[in-house]
Design a protein around this ligand. Structure first.
Ligand SMILES: [Zn+2]
Length: 160
């Protein structure tokens, strides 16, 4: 949900209520960058986002399950609860902004992987090794090499 004023895609919901006719949900949103406030009317179906898994089965989007997967990946890593919540929020928001109400589990996996890659390389590798079925092991090793190279070159300042 992009801010109509500055185009920023991070908005905060400040108020939610059903519309007068009950067919949609009225949300008051505030841009996290410029604090511009605007109202959106969302179809309630968007609340019941569906996820299509690799085997073709469709199940409701499960925030807790998504969070659990991320938490396993960031265990003992410097990624706190707040950051995990932010990733879950971002992924959910990105899925909701799509036209389709059914999103592929692989898309969700990609979004999470992308977010983790920016925050913590080890968590990223853990996540993709479990959740992204690489078509062949070579591909995974190449990805791992690329990440490790990025870690060591240039040297990490925190290691000095
Ligand atoms: Zn804005």
């Amino acid at each position: 949900m992009d801010c109509p004023d500055c185009g920023n895609n991070r908005t905060r919901v400040v108020d939610t209520e059903p519309s007068a006719d009950g067919t949609s949900i009225r949300r008051r949103r505030e841009c996290q960058r410029c604090t511009f406030r605007f109202t959106t009317y969302e179809r309630p179906e968007w609340e019941s986002l569906q996820v299509k898994k690799r085997d073709g089965t469709i199940e409701p989007f499960d925030r807790t399950k998504l969070r659990g997967g991320i938490e396993r990946a960031v265990e003992k890593r410097p990624v706190d609860d707040e950051a995990v919540t932010a990733i879950v929020d971002d992924v959910q928001e990105a899925c909701r902004d799509r036209e389709e109400r059914i999103v592929a589990s692989t898309l969700i996996g990609d979004l999470v992987a992308e977010a983790l890659r920016e925050r913590d390389k080890v968590a990223y590798i853990r996540f993709v090794s479990v959740y992204e079925a690489f078509s062949d092991p070579e591909e995974f090793l190449r990805e791992l090499d690329a990440v490790l190279e990025a870690e060591t070159d240039p040297p990490d300042e925190t290691n000095t």
